[in-house]
Design a protein around this ligand. Structure first.
Ligand SMILES: Cc1cc2nc3c(=O)[nH]c(=O)nc-3n(C[C@H](O)[C@H](O)[C@H](O)COP(=O)(O)OP(=O)(O)OC[C@H]3O[C@@H](n4cnc5c(N)ncnc54)[C@H](O)[C@@H]3O)c2cc1C
Length: 451
């Protein structure tokens, strides 16, 4: 068969090939096609949406959380559902489970910033009074400019730094570790203090609306993937499903095309690679890997798996909750109504090989008892189903030093941009980071537009 060369160049508008149809690739595609670029989106799977979307549709709830500080995610959601009904979201409290089995809320007062941060912290009963006071005074000194964050935060672990500011081992394990795991997938012992501070700041040290945690009951598919796909079709973008990019072709220091597994070559003016780092590196020409630190550093990034266990129980959900857990295989339990008479509980764990949090399907039989011991399942209620799925390389390790290996979106190659939740956005790798990275790629391309 003669290999086919597909020129997606167009005489009247510039063309862009985007590799990867996760949220980062979709955000870039959405913006660029809206700006009039001819977009071709290449996705190796039969469906868009990335790692979180499953191949076989599942009729249970797949709720996800958005924080008030996730402004790019909120803006995209609003633009996709403008005029129509916005996906229903519910504000949920943040709860911690204490060793005596009780639950404690992180308070949310509506005082103006920064007063509300200080009041919330002082009222939070999950931390012993003395430590709370010490922390609140330290936060106040930061505001006043009387104290500064140490310059070596990226070189130390979060556990080490928290200990140095007087947070006891108990507080670290009951409060800070589950919080870090929920926000970043990483635990205190392995993540850098800088990554920890950056993940906490927008949620806890910002305005009252930014600290809002909401759960969206609709799936990511319904909220983002389907409406973006629809918009792309309206703008005549091309979407290639089941299509694997295998190699980047180059001339001098520009990409000249992307080789696909089916033998075709895709050519465009611009290329956005929105793949995880493990899938990006094999595509990069050897010459660029040896020549540019930008590409070399990608091999330093490490990821680990994440496992989600979805449990359905025959019990109405009175109110959705997010409970952060300590000392168990799971770091969080998201409790939502999957049907009027059913509750869905999403238990999440990260399979960090360096941490003691691994769990496998042999533990599933014990899950009903675990839920009962946490007071989340009444003794007479029945578990309808338990479903486990592991997402490979879902969590980027934010260990000390990792920050400098997260690449910015503009690469040293003139017509190549890199997107993905794992790139340097200032956010931990989450939906917000994926969308911000995609938006930045689109903005960088648009800035280069000939006038
Ligand atoms: C268990 C779990 C729960 C989460 N829950 C939340 C949440 O509630 N809120 C939140 O903000 N964030 C959450 N996140 C994080 C968030 O979902 C991800 O960070 C984000 O979806 C990543 O998007 P991405 O586009 O960067 O990457 P990906 O989703 O990994 O997309 C990359 C795409 O590239 C495709 N691809 C790979 N190789 C090739 C190739 N050679 N050719 C063509 N295509 C290729 C892949 O198939 C994939 O579709 C969660 C993550 C996990 C793991």
């Amino acid at each position: 068969m003669v290999p086919l060369t597909i020129h997606v160049k167009s005489p009247d508008s510039q063309s862009v090939v985007i590799l990867g149809g996760g949220l980062a690739g979709l955000a870039a595609a959405d913006r660029l096609s809206d700006l009039g670029y001819r977009v071709t989106l290449v996705e190796r799977r039969p469906l868009l949406g990335g790692a979180l979307i499953e191949d076989s549709p599942y009729d249970g709830p797949e709720p996800f959380t958005i924080l008030g500080c996730h402004h790019a995610t909120q803006a995209l959601l609003h633009s996709l559902h403008a005029g129509s009904q916005q996906p229903a979201d519910i504000t949920i409290p943040l709860e911690f489970r204490l060793p005596d089995g009780s639950f404690v809320h992180y308070p949310r007062t509506s005082f103006p910033a920064p007063l509300h941060t200080w009041v919330n912290l002082l009222r939070f009963a999950g931390i012993p009074w003395k430590e709370r006071w010490r922390l609140a005074s330290w936060v106040e000194q930061l505001w006043e400019g009387d104290a500064e964050l140490p310059a070596d935060l990226e070189q130390r672990t979060a556990a080490d730094w928290l200990a140095s500011i007087g947070q006891s081992a108990q507080t670290r394990s009951l409060v800070w570790n589950p919080l870090a795991q929920w926000l970043t997938g990483n635990d205190l012992a392995t993540m850098s203090a800088d990554a920890f501070v950056r993940s906490m700041k927008p949620v806890f040290l910002s305005t009252h609306p930014d600290s809002r945690i909401s759960v969206v009951q609709d799936s990511l598919l319904a909220c983002f993937v389907q409406p973006i796909t629809q918009r792309l079709r309206q703008q005549h973008a091309t979407i290639l499903y089941n299509t694997d990019a295998t190699q980047i072709r180059y001339e001098q220091d520009r990409i000249s095309g992307v080789q696909l597994r089916n033998g075709s070559l895709l050519q465009a003016d611009w290329y956005v690679i929105a793949l995880p780092p493990q899938q990006l590196t094999p595509l990069i020409p050897e010459r660029w890997l040896t020549r540019y630190a930008y590409f070399q550093q990608l091999s330093e990034l490490q990821s680990f798996d994440s496992t989600i266990v979805d449990v359905h129980i025959e019990q109405p959900c009175v109110s959705p909750r997010l409970i952060l857990l300590n000392d168990t295989a799971f770091h969080s339990a998201l409790i939502t109504a999957s049907a009027p008479d059913r509750t869905g509980i999403t238990l999440t764990t990260t399979d960090n090989p360096f941490a003691q949090t691994r769990t496998d399907s042999r533990h599933d039989a014990a899950i009903p008892d675990l839920l009962r011991s946490w007071g989340l399942l009444a003794s007479e209620c029945k578990v309808v189903s338990i479903r486990r799925r592991t997402i490979s390389n879902a969590i980027l390790s934010l260990k000390p030093g990792a920050k400098s290996h997260r690449p910015i979106q503009r690469s040293p190659i003139e017509n190549l941009l890199v997107a993905g939740a794992w790139t340097d956005t200032g956010w931990p790798p989450n939906l917000e980071s994926a969308i911000v990275s995609g938006n930045r790629c689109a903005e960088a391309i648009a800035l280069d537009r000939p006038t």
